[in-house]
Design a protein around this ligand. Structure first.
Ligand SMILES: Cc1cc2nc3c(=O)[nH]c(=O)nc-3n(C[C@H](O)[C@H](O)[C@H](O)COP(=O)(O)OP(=O)(O)OC[C@H]3O[C@@H](n4cnc5c(N)ncnc54)[C@H](O)[C@@H]3O)c2cc1C
Length: 569
């Protein structure tokens, strides 16, 4: 029995309102336990609510219903091939990967049983679909759109906004950039607009993506009777004899000590908004290049470290390549918004390549956002590559959207004047203006063009995976991934390794318990989401590689806390 004095007692306390806390709350309320979720900001849902809201869950019920082949064994083979080695990525141990594969489909079943309406994204290839066990249709689950007006009135304005301004599914949005070139693009736009209009006429507020997911979770958690508080940051863990017994938050501006009989779950995000922590763990990156919310400042990670937690993979991010025009950086602390920059869907289109500052191409532009940024950061250790240059020709600019501007439309003069975007009639002139070696750039482009014409990237295999093709031009008459850079004027835009989260954190075990350096668990302490080092190590294996585990480990932690390890809710 704790000898601590508390202002308030609960069975379980979750720090942060990410999806793992919501899952844990649902599990524990079902078991009749009292739960408190403490959220630092004034809004519920975290970066998860802002996000695309997709979860990577192999062998899930929706795949089975759609007749898509998958199995535990197939997914295990895939993780063996992608998720790194234990010495380099200790959180991706075989035991934890196995636990993830066993528990994540159960987590989805559990949510569906609690009334959370989920669905499959019909086609979203794994990022390494060519490797053993990879899935071409994909293993990605998302929420149905959610009418925010279904929430109790006082919670509607507290649900964090989405990065997506339309009531649309990701698979519908995929077609919008082809609007000027395809019927499917036009039809999808019409469908989304009509849906938005119908919602307005009927008094609905339809949330998409992560906001739909977290809106549905919030609704279920409130119905289940959990207590959620906003503007209630946690500053410290309360320890007794090496075990976590509660947390210190604030109430009416004063410290407030909350006891937790069964445990505390940290789901407080990572440290993407903390430049000092970046300087320590990933100095070549910047908090000006992150898309995460303002609350992602890493203090709970530091507090867990203070209490002896081991950390891993702290130099890793869920990268997000950003061709980020000046003035659109994360200077307000609210994260870079989508549409502000050209990202993976743009940079992987034909008629463009990435080169380092010497003019050498060094990666497949069709690789996943995480791999792209990891490769750029690695390159920068030996050759200046941050920023790298995205070299495009006139065919690119006339065919594709560029940082929110329509194909063929003039780009803002300020982009040129700042030196962020450069335009020239010849490649030699482009090289001269950017400081790239002209002979090297010319040779790089000539080599790429030969490959593009032959339809085979002999250097990096771009376009050989279903994933690369999906990233490419959905309505291209020729190769969806490769196109020669041959028609002037030519362009060079600076690209940096941005991110949509950090990917390292505290070490946790198969029950989501936080571990010390010696591998022993800190009693009473659990972690999930980007507060914990990823079960996928240094690899984003598919769409939803952050939110899938965040939900799953919350689900697991709650069962462990309530049932002392018996995972049968
Ligand atoms: C635009 C965008 C799209 C993305 N799309 C996807 C996607 O579709 N799928 C995917 O897997 N990943 C996606 N990502 C990445 C993903 O959204 C994040 O990695 C993930 O949501 C992080 O979840 P989390 O549970 O760790 O943290 P969060 O969802 O951010 O929740 C943590 C919460 O804890 C709060 N908090 C922090 N400190 C404290 C404290 N001391 N006390 C109390 N509360 C605290 C924060 O304010 C925050 O609300 C995307 C990211 C972005 C930016």
């Amino acid at each position: 029995m704790s000898t601590q004095q508390f202002d308030e007692m609960f069975d379980f306390v979750a720090v942060g309102s990410g999806g793992g806390s919501m899952c844990a709350a649902l599990v524990l309320r079902k078991l009749g336990k009292s739960v408190l979720i403490l959220e630092k900001t004034g809004l519920v849902g975290g970066t998860t609510a802002r996000s695309g809201g997709v979860m990577w869950v192999p062998n899930n019920r929706f795949m089975e219903a759609d007749g898509i082949e998958d199995s535990y064994e197939k997914a295990a083979q895939y993780l063996d091939a992608t998720s790194g080695q234990p010495d380099d990525a200790p959180a991706a141990s075989p035991e934890r990967r196995a636990a993830y594969l066993q528990q994540s489909p159960k987590m989805v079943d559990f949510l569906v049983e609690q009334g959370i309406r989920l669905r499959r994204i019909p086609y979203y290839p794994d990022y390494y679909d060519h490797l053993p066990g990879g899935s071409v249709p994909g293993r990605t689950v998302t929420a149905e759109l959610f009418n925010v007006k279904e929430l109790p009135a006082e919670w509607q304005a507290k649900l964090r906004p989405s990065a997506i301004p339309f009531p649309a599914h990701l698979d519908e949005l995929y077609w919008l950039p082809t609007l000027t070139r395809s019927m499917k693009g036009k039809l999808n736009l019409a469908k989304i607009m009509l849906r938005g209009l119908a919602a307005k006429l009927t008094g609905k507020e339809l949330a998409p993506a992560g906001r739909a997911l977290q809106g549905r979770m919030l609704q279920a958690v409130l119905k289940a009777g959990a207590d959620i508080r906003v503007n209630a940051g946690v500053s410290a863990l309360i320890m007794e004899d090496g075990a976590v017994k509660g947390v210190v938050t604030t109430k009416d501006g004063a410290p407030w000590r909350v006891g937790a009989r069964l445990g505390v779950l940290i789901n407080a995000g990572g440290f993407a908004q903390n430049q000092a922590m970046r300087a320590k763990f990933m100095p070549e990156t910047s908090s000006e290049w992150t898309g995460v919310i303002e609350g992602d400042t890493g203090e709970m990670l530091q507090e867990m470290m203070n209490q002896g937690a081991a950390v891993a993979q702290m130099d890793e991010t869920i990268g997000c390549q950003m061709a980020l025009p000046p003035g659109r950086e994360n200077k307000s602390g609210n994260g870079v918004t989508f549409g502000a920059f050209a990202g993976q869907m743009d940079i992987a289109k034909p008629h463009g390549i990435i080169v380092d500052q010497t003019g050498v191409r060094y990666m497949s532009e069709g690789s996943s956002y995480s791999e792209f940024c990891m490769t750029m950061r690695k390159r920068h250790k030996t050759v200046p590559a941050i920023p790298s240059y995205w070299i495009m020709d006139d065919q690119y600019m006339k065919t594709y959207m560029f940082c929110g501007t329509m194909p063929g439309k003039a780009k803002p003069q300020a982009w040129y004047e700042s030196g962020w975007l450069t335009k020239a009639d010849t490649l030699e002139e482009l090289a001269g203006k950017t400081g790239i070696n002209p002979a090297t750039l010319k040779a790089t482009v000539e080599r790429f063009n030969e490959d593009a014409r032959a339809g085979h990237d002999t250097q990096f295999g771009r376009g050989e995976r279903a994933f690369d093709k999906w990233l490419g031009d959905a309505v291209a008459k020729g190769n969806p991934s490769l196109g020669a850079i041959e028609k002037g004027p030519f362009y060079a835009a600076k690209v940096v390794p941005g991110d949509v989260s950090t990917f390292g954190g505290v070490m946790t075990d198969v029950n989501a318990r936080v571990l010390r350096e010696d591998g022993s668990p800190i009693p009473g302490l659990y972690a999930t989401g980007t507060s914990a080092a990823s079960v996928f190590g240094r690899c984003a294996v598919g769409a939803g590689a952050s939110i899938g585990p965040a939900f799953t480990w919350g689900y697991v932690a709650a069962q462990h806390a309530a049932n002392a390890g018996n995972l049968a809710v």
